[in-house]
Write a protein that binds this ligand. Sequence first.
Ligand SMILES: [Zn+2]
Length: 217
Amino acid sequence: MLDWLAWGSALGALAVVVRWWLRRVDQLGRRRAFPWISMVLLGAMTVGASAPGMLRSREERRLDRAASALVGIPVSVHCQALGSAALDDGTELGFVRYGADGRLEHQTLIKRDQCQALAAYMRSAKRDPTPAEVGAVHVLAHESMHMRNIADEALAECAAVQRDAELARLLGAPPAAARLVAVRYWRSSYPFMPAAYRSVGCRRGGRLDEHRPDPPW
Ligand SMILES: [Zn+2]
């Protein structure tokens, strides 16, 4: 909705300028003053309405880069906008759709709360991430595993817990702080995930242990 407001006020400003230009000299040959007040007001409305969208795309580009590095191919991350969040009654925190070729797409939608937590994490010193920030970094890691075409939830989840630290580093955390995200998710959230998201093989030395350098266990 804010995008429409931004476009509307920008077009309004254009209309004011065109109208002034066409009638800049009156019938007696006097020059009409430029409509500065209308232009300043419409300009402020344009900037005010487009700022959230511009901020969101800047955050999305940072998330694109981090997720692409994690997945190993170019992927894109979309953050849910305010308007669609208001209409959304789904319980998932992010999702990746299937493409026409039957493979999972290389783009994901991350829900608004999780995107805001990711933005807060990126802005923070990252030494003491909040549970919301830990969860949001993990949601992006999990959806990134779907973008690697891992459809099974338990497999995607276990691959993600082994990459939470790497993703936190890609989002700007120093190594020790990045590991904190992985360990906190592993201890505080993974055990409480629905059964479809867990696997007995997801543990040190288990069937799903990829023996990566920074596992959460
Ligand atoms: Zn999933």
